[in-house]
Design a protein around this ligand. Structure first.
Ligand SMILES: O=C(O)CCC(=O)C(=O)O
Ligand SMILES: [Fe+2]
Length: 275
């Protein structure tokens, strides 16, 4: 049995750098199952929407709040996931799932994301504690420089929250502070194999370039929150509902289905952080 928990060295890297990569967080069979379900899932496609970047290129994504008994829900509720994020977060109240999104960056059309901190969005939702929010990006397909993998500014979470404004339909960090960060800290291209996971702090500056390659870049990004960290301007209550943890083997042993309507999908015009 593999122990998936974050080691003390990985924790140290996360605290210093604002992120940590865990290779093979999912097995090959698990990630194949998730990919097969995603491409055949009508509901995921029905609820997908496009976000335009500044040049008009589109990124397709599907976002939902409540993790259920489908394959994606069982992954986000798995012990390895919840115990890992718990080690990386301040505080001691129960771990809740804010939302998950399936990012579908299609070949030739997948749009860019401007430099931002995720807490730049969540501050608008009136969350108060950035150290009690962590994102996990799981690569469903390979992420490379060519297909627009995530880039992070190593250590930038230590700058605290940076002012954000609109960049196309996205929220972007103040260019002046991004420039200063880039003068001071290194950029890291987060290339991932399917099944690898990137855990990152809510104040880590990150972006990605358009996907001009022939291969899709699909990833699942799940966001976790401590129960006492209330988003006062976040209408969806998922972020204060403790995760119902399932065993790590549930994804392979229990589920065969895609996400159901009870997941509570986001419609683009409803998101407070995008207003
Ligand atoms: O998947 C990407 O390229 C970036 C997405 C992202 O940073 C976000 O949705 O907040
Ligand atoms: Fe982000």
């Amino acid at each position: 049995m593999i122990d998936f928990r974050i080691s003390s060295q990985e924790l140290g890297n996360f605290l210093r750098d604002g992120y940590v990569i865990v290779k093979n967080f999912l097995s090959g069979a698990e990630v194949e199952k998730l990919y097969a379900i995603a491409i055949g899932d009508d509901l995921l496609q029905k609820h997908a929407f496009d976000l335009n970047d500044q040049s008009g290129k589109k990124t397709k994504l599907t976002l939902w709040y409540n993790p259920g008994d489908d394959a994606y829900g069982l992954l986000t509720r798995s012990r390895r996931m919840v115990e890992s994020v718990e080690m990386l977060m301040d505080g001691d109240t129960p771990i809740c799932h804010f939302h998950s999104k399936l990012m579908q960056k299609e070949p030739k059309v997948g749009g860019a994301w401007e430099w931002h901190q995720d807490f730049g969005y969540w501050y608008k939702n009136e969350f108060l504690f950035p150290d009690e929010m962590v994102s996990v990006m799981v690569a469903i397909t390979k992420a490379t420089r060519e297909n627009g993998c995530l880039q992070v500014i190593k250590g930038s979470h230590k700058m605290g929250r940076i002012e954000h404004g609109f960049a196309g339909e996205q929220v972007g960090a103040s260019q002046h502070y991004v420039d200063l960060a880039l003068k001071t800290l290194p950029i890291v291209y987060v290339e991932l194999e399917p099944g690898d996971a990137l855990f990152f702090h809510s104040n880590l500056l990150h972006r990605s370039e358009a996907n001009l390659s022939d291969t899709a870049r699909w990833s699942l990004i799940s966001v976790y929150n401590r129960q006492r960290n209330i988003g006062y301007n976040e209408p969806n209550g998922s972020h204060t509902v403790p995760v119902r943890i399932v065993p790590d083997d549930a994804l392979m042993k229990w589920a065969a289905t895609g996400v159901t309507e009870s997941a509570g999908f986001l419609n683009k015009d409803k998101d407070e952080a995008l207003k």
